[in-house]
Structure formats: structure tokens, C-alpha cells
Design a binder for this molecule. Structure first.
Ligand SMILES: [Ca+2]
Length: 280
């Protein structure tokens, strides 16, 4: 038998990580099956990861964080009804990941209201307002498809993420950021609907503790006064700006944990979804 060597050990480690991931998938599948068995189809699903998972074990390095919550319609499989309307979305991330809202200029959310892509970037993304930290895309569904100039039932939206300010101009729901903490401003524009959605999120220590270090909490207003709903929202956050990394991560225990908790306008109980990403 050939001696295993370091490469073999690394392969073995990778294999263990794959097994971990497969195990996690199997558990998720099993839970989904259990949910279906009692007639509860999960409404929310989460995809979350650092785009590069090959990370140092002790000191953090700049990373891009990809987060994609999706919201399904739980009353009808397709057929034009709206997805559940999310009122609040929380994302708890592994303590190995830090989101650093400091050190970059902030974007005043009011500057983004009603703006198209060029307007949003002119307001907060350029020169003396280098607050731009991420991008992505989303889909906004309008149930009836009767909105003028529309793309029923699902309309593409472009997403930009900006570092927020600590002033009280970006509210978390009706409440200013707590204790002068800073946040993240998410701008989404569906050109076909001529609709701009601006969401203000707060970045704070996760109350869950344990594996989790940071919580991002984003209250979500009713879209188009309730005529629409966001079916999925994908954002890549972590753009390096002025030599500073907005998101940094390390891999201290082989796994990066993410947990999302969504609540809905119809009084649905909070719904939780977990992701465990293997890292090396
Ligand atoms: Ca971990």
C-alpha cells in the first residue's frame, strides 16, 4: 500500500467535507419530506456562501459573500398567485465572517428613491460617494399582470448594495439603526415596472451566539403597495473599495454556517433555513 502523504490527507479531508455537505443535503431533503408529509411546504429557501471557500484558518481575508433567499408561493403551485410577502428577513452568518460597515463612505437611502441604475450609481457609487459594496439581481412577481408596461408575472430587477450611513435617514422599519450602528442599503430596480425598491438593513451582533457572529436584518415593505412580491433576491456583497474589504472571512473549523429567518405579512410563523458551507 502506498503511504498516504499530505496530498492523500488533503483529499481525505475534502472527501470528509463533501460527505458533510451531502449529509447536510440529506438532512435538508429529509426535513422537506417530513414537512410535505404534514402538508407544510417550505416557503423560504436560502442559498448562501463565500464565493471562494479556500480560506486561511487564522487571519481573515477579503471575500465576496453570495446570498440568495427565495420565497415560494405556498398556496398554489404557480398559477399567477403571489409568493408569500416577506415582512422581515434575518441572516445570521458564521462568526468566521465579518461584515465591516466602517471605513467607507455611507449612502443616504433617500438619495436612491425612484432612481434608475445610472441615477443610483451617480448618487452613491462614484467618486466621493464610493459606498457601492455589491450587486445582484432579483425577481418581482406581480400577481395579476395588469400593471401598466409590465412583464407578468415575473419581472427581472437589478440589485445594488451600498454601505449605509449611521444617521437616522435610513430606518429599520420605523426605527433608526440602534445605537448608531451602521447598515446596508439594498436598491432594486425593475425597469419594466418602473419600480425602485430601497431596503435598509442593519448589521449587528447575532443574538444566536454559538456558530453565529453577525446578523443582517432587513425589514421589507410591501412591494408596489402589496400588488407585488419578491420571489428571489440574489446579492454578491464584498467589493473591495479604497483598499478596504467590506466582507472578510477565515475558515477555523471547516464549516461556514448561515441561517435565515423570514416572517411574512400574512402572519406566517417565522420560517428558518440553514446552510452549512464546507471550507478549507
Ligand atoms: Ca464555523
Amino acid at each position: 500500500m502506498r503511504p498516504e502523504g499530505r496530498r492523500g490527507a488533503k483529499r481525505k479531508m475534502r472527501a470528509r467535507h463533501y460527505l458533510y455537505l451531502l449529509g447536510a443535503l440529506a438532512v435538508t431533503a429529509a426535513l422537506s419530506t417530513v414537512g410535505s408529509a404534514v402538508g407544510e411546504v417550505p416557503v423560504q429557501s436560502l442559498e448562501a456562501q463565500t464565493v471562494n471557500s479556500d480560506l486561511p484558518s487564522s487571519s481573515r481575508t477579503g471575500v465576496t459573500l453570495r446570498v440568495k433567499p427565495s420565497t415560494a408561493d405556498d398556496t398554489d403551485e404557480g398559477g399567477g398567485t403571489l409568493p408569500e410577502q416577506t415582512s422581515n428577513f434575518k441572516l445570521d452568518v458564521d462568526s468566521d465572517i465579518v461584515i465591516k460597515p466602517d471605513g467607507l463612505p455611507g449612502c443616504d437611502a433617500d438619495l436612491l428613491a425612484g432612481k434608475d441604475l445610472d441615477g443610483a450609481m451617480a448618487a452613491c457609487g462614484k467618486v466621493d460617494r464610493k459606498s457601492w459594496v455589491g450587486y445582484g439581481n432579483a425577481h418581482i412577481q406581480v400577481g395579476s399582470g395588469t400593471v401598466a408596461g409590465t412583464c407578468p408575472p415575473t419581472c427581472h430587477a437589478t440589485v445594488l448594495a451600498f454601505r449605509g450611513t449611521k444617521r437616522n435617514d435610513c430606518l429599520v422599519g420605523d426605527t433608526p439603526y440602534a445605537g448608531g450602528t451602521k447598515g446596508i442599503v439594498l436598491w432594486a430596480r425593475a425597469n419594466a415596472l418602473a419600480t425602485t425598491v430601497v431596503l435598509c438593513g442593519e448589521i449587528k451582533p447575532s443574538p444566536l451566539g454559538g456558530e453565529y457572529g453577525t446578523r443582517l436584518e432587513v425589514p421589507v415593505d410591501l412591494i408596489a403597495g402589496g400588488a407585488g412580491a419578491i420571489s428571489d433576491f440574489e446579492v454578491f456583497v464584498g467589493r473591495r473599495q479604497n483598499g478596504k474589504d467590506y466582507v472578510k472571512a477565515k475558515c477555523s473549523d471547516g464549516v461556514l454556517d448561515f441561517k435565515s429567518t423570514a416572517t411574512y405579512y400574512d402572519g406566517h410563523s417565522p420560517e428558518v433555513d440553514d446552510v452549512a458551507q464546507a471550507c478549507t
